[in-house]
Each structure stands twice: as C-alpha cells, then as structure tokens.
Write a protein that binds this ligand. Sequence first.
Ligand code: ACM
Length: 734
Amino acid sequence: MKFRSVLAALLLVPVTAMAAPSVIPLPAHIAAAQGRIEITNGATVAAAPADAPIAGYFMGLVRRMRGLSLRPARANKPARIAFRRDAAVAAAEGYRLEIAPSGVTVSAGTRAGLFYGAVTLAQLMAQTSCRGCAAALESMRIDDAPRFAWRGLLLDSVRHFQTPATVEALIDAMALHKLNVLQWHLTDDQGWRIEIRKYPRLTAAGAWRGAHYGGFYTQAQIRDVVRYAALRNVTIVPEIEMPGHAMAAIVAYPRLGSAEAPPSRVTSDWGVLPYLYNTDDGTFVFLEDVLDEVMALFPSPYIHVGGDEALKDQWKANPRIQARMKSLGLPDEDALQSWFIARIGAYLARHGRKMIGWDEILQGGIPPDATIMSWRGIDGAVAAAKAGHDTVLSPAPMLYFDNRQGSGADEPSGRGHVLTLQDVYGFDPLPASLDAKERGHVLGLQANVWTEHIPNDAQVSYMAFPRAAAVAELGWSNRTDWGDFRMRMAAELDRYRALGIGFAPSAFEVDAATSFENGRTAALVSLSTQSGLGDIRFTLDGSAPGPDSSSYGGPFPVKLPATLKAAAFADGHALTLPTVRRLDMLSLLRRDSRELKLCSERLPLALASGRAVLLVDILNPCWIYEKADLDGIAAIAAGAAQLPFNFSIGVDRDRISLRPARTPAGELEVHLDDCDAAPVAVLPLKPTARAGAVETVSAPLAGQSGIHDLCFVFTQNSLDPFWALNFVQLVPRR
Ligand code: ACM
C-alpha cells in the first residue's frame, strides 16, 4: 500500500492526456497519478472542530448526489477523507485536493478554499448517476484557485417575490458552482422588499402591488439567509436603488419624491418609471438610516446603490432641486446624480463599506472609489477600468438570464431574445481593449435573473441553470473549451436532478423539424439538439427511447400519423426527458408563436397569460411563419389574446408601428412573402371575454399553393390592450 502511494507520487502526469473529470467549473491544475481509491458507505471524514460544518456539508452533498452515507471520524483517528488547514495553500479561495490509494486530503489556507475543495471532491464522487454505488476515484492532485473574485448572480425579488426557502435553494445551487456573490435586488419601483424598522411604511405600503401581489423579507429572515449563504461562501450584496427606481419608497413616504404630484400606488407596470428621490438633506437622512439597517444585516464589503435608468425629467421640472443644483455649482442633472451617488458613497466609506453601482453612475463623473457594474454592454467596464476603477461585467443581453433559452414551444415566459448555454459560454469576461494593468480592475462577472417575466419560484431556477454553470466556468477557470464543457455537463445534469435543482433542458433536449413528403402521407423528420451533446435515439411506436433505440443518422421519412419520442444519450443514459411529438397532418401545419420568427427584435417578450405564452415584439406586433406549405390549404386559424400594455417605455411608445384597423376590434392580416403586400387573408378579431384569454379566429384562404413565408400582422387602433399571437394553424381542405 505504502509502496503504491509512493509510486503514485512519482507517476504524476498532466491530465491533458486523459479526459477531464466531470467537475464544473474546471479546476486550474489537475495532475493524474497511478492507482485509485474506493469510497464506500460508512467511510470516515475528518475535520477540525472549526471546519466540522464544511465536513457536514460535504457529507450531505455526497448523500444527496451519490446516495452514500459517510460518517465523521473520531478525533485523532485516521480517516478516509481529511479536511485540513494548510497556510501554504495561500490563494484566497484556493485549495489542494490529493487523491491517493491510501486516502483523500483536502487542504486550504482559508475556510472558503476548504469549502470549494469539498465541493470538487463531492462532484468527483458523483460523475456517474449510480446511486449508492461506491465511488471509485482515480488518483490525482488538483491545485485550484479562481480566476476572478466576483462570480455572481443577481436575483430580482421585487418584480416577483420569492420565498426565503427559494432564495436559499438558489444559494445552495450557486455553491455547487463555486459562484460566490448573490446580488439581491430588494427595492425598485414595483416594490420594497426589505423590512426597515425605522420606516415601517416601506413594507406596509411599498411592498404591495394592486390588491393582492406583494411580500417582503423580515430582518430575521434576512439574517437567516445571510447566515445560510455564509456557510456556502456566498456573499449577499444587497441592492438599494437610488436615485431612480424609487417609486415604492416614494409611495410609502411621499416627502422623498421629486414630482409635484406624488404617486399613490405602487406601479404594476414594467419598464422605466420617472420617480426619483429628491435631493433634500432629509432624504439623505432617510437613505442613511436605511443603509444603517442594511449594513447591520449584510456583512458584505460592497453595497449596491443601483443608479441605473434614472430619468432626469422630475429633477429638471422641480425648482427646489434646480436651486440645489445651482447652489452646488453643478452644470447639469447628470452631475447632480454624480454628487448624489458620491455623497452616499462617502457615507458607506465612513462605515467601512464599498459602493458599487450600475454603469450610469459614470455619467456626470465617476464618484470616488466606486466600483462599476457594466450592464449596457461592456463600455462601462472599459471606461471604469481605464479610469482606474474596479468593475464587474454584467452585460445585456449576454448575461441577462431573463432571456429565453430556446425557440421551442415549451420554453416559458421571458424576454424574447434567445440566449443559449453556448452563447453564454462564449462570453469573454476580459475586454480586449484593456491592457494588463486595466484588466486587473475586472473583479469578475455576474448574470442577472430579472423577474418581470418570471412569475413563479420554480422558473427562477429554470432560467438560472444550466446557464449559471457557464458563468461559473468563465469566472473560475483559466481556460474554456465548449466541447469539453458540454461533455462535463452530462454529469452536471445528473447532479442537478439528484439535488432537486430545476434547470432548462433546452440545450440538451431533442428538437424536431418536419416537412411533408409523398403527398402529405409522410413527414420528413430532422432531429437535433442545441448543444450537439450525445447520440440522438428515437422511437415511433410510443415506447420510451432507450440507449438501444434507433440511432438518428440524418433526416428520415415517417408515415403519418405517428408519435415520435426522442432523446439524446451520453454514456448510456438520457440527458433529458424525451421530446414527444404527435406527427399528423394538423400538427405539421401548426406553429406556436414561440416557433415563429419575429419580424423585428426591438423589444421581444415571451409573455405569460394564464397557461399560454405569447412571443411578441411589443414595438412591432408582426410574425413570420417561414416556409409554410400552402398546397391544399383552405383556411388559416390563429389563437390570439388581448394583453394589457403595462410597459413604461417612454418615447419608444410613440415609435410603435400599429396598422390601422378596419373594425373596432381590429384584424389579423396574413401576407404572402412580403409583410407590406396586400393581405391574402384577413382574420376578424373580437374583443375577448376575459382579459388575456386566447381566442381562436379564422378566415378562408383561397387559391394559394407552394412554399411561402406567411407574415402575420395585427391591425389595431389603440395600444392598451394590445393583441398578441399565440399560435397559427393552417387548415387543409377536407
Ligand atoms: C438594469 O438592467 N437596469 C441594470
């Protein structure tokens, strides 16, 4: 035994020769060695008393991901797995993991490093989905530390409110990815979600929208969540928005506002609202009081003060604020915002905290010592780094996880732009225009889960994962390789399932494209997956596809009707649930709006209405059904719903292209190949009985044949409510 472990040490070889173990994010250095060790049920785990919570967390992960029960070693007794502090492993979140036939050792100089060593070891023990099986670990040595210090996610708990249990579940899932910052978006126009003892109306009035929707976190709940996060090496950075996104606070305390007429109710609109805090000294007293309670709750070195999207109209119109601006010798409202933010920054600095804000705080001059979070692309990050300020990259749309993940008919609501796992993985967190010194100011990156269109807790996890795995690897690992990453995702999906982490299957599930063959008696079926991972297997007899089902080798004909079931397989098991498609004449002639092409992507949204999801560019309600086969089509039917226009989009509202209606309720026009050509069919609309209900409308289509792009455009005379398309069905002649 002893001899073998000595031999193992002599035979360390770089791991490049072998496949990387299925760990995400990929560790910095892995050196393979000879031999292996089996970790079986009942194997012992040793840690110093101070690190017992880490050992306990590790054992919990192994139990949940692998079904193995490990147990703590008795004090000073040898153990199969040992966690130990070693100051020589110096990187802030770094660790060393040594696997030898004689035992496994995780060493680190810090608590964070030891924790991440535990996470890596637990992942190594769960590379296959065999539950309760002994984990066979190849001998190796891992020396690991992160590329960036800020590896973040933002959770918007304002637009929709999540329970504390959901926030904790998100933190747990972040820990699995070595993500270490949760920016918690707690205040905005649509709600105030953090209890502030000194100002009870913030939550009594400001946390409730309309008659029913709302909620807030008590200070006790927040303390629990912060503690929960700390054990998992997640720092919660609270975000308290100012000077804009302040409507809920102003509803609660009208004296804080800038407008002559204060708002009386928290808005139910999405978008950018005009309400700003005023610049009175009393308002700063309020904000400092709030920050006092925030700092007492959150030990984070950074406090996020928002600063984005503050329209300056109310400041321009308010004589008192204008007088203040002049007396301060400031040239314009941007400079006034800079002064405002700098004043808050100085307050935070006096209390030993650092200020971070969205890139608009660059306007009017960078406040001293501010860290810039760049969301309007990466320009803000570049400007900040060149000016010697730290920055975090969080650009839209690349790291905006409210964007949908695919164009299938089962993709839930969100922003309409499609942002795939591979898109996210392709993001480069170090802007090319920065030199080495400037690059040192890039603290890291962060993806944001905004929740305007994420109405329930389960969907938060769906939008975050697996794309957060890509962010984790960009933030942690020094090298990225999509082909290798996607292979490691197979085991990661198993771990998600074992841990109950909800995720989008979009990158790995099978998409089926169909066209008619043989006079509509058959379909030609093409199968693919977004990521290209695994072998596609399918059945046509209704049975579930297995690893030995027919292998997809290219487009194939299917006699109609039939039921197709297909899934991609890696290492003998399915990556996702099978895609199930009923193939018949009507289903091949139907498209969900999510499967249509939008005529433009000016402000594309996939809007939920009841159980329906409607993809629409709200600035241009126009869709294209590409390559529609019109042979023998006698009519066109469509599902449409009238939705409230609850978007505060400023001047863009005047740029919406609405075609005039011929009847009060409007029409759905169908154009052939050219959206501006005369319509070939006009489907009369009728006001829906229930707001948001999908109604089916139809009209005959005469004398068309061949393959064409069909363009669908609503005519309507008013915007609110507005029409959105849910589906299109071409109806064949009987
Ligand atoms: C933002 O998306 N307004 C930061």
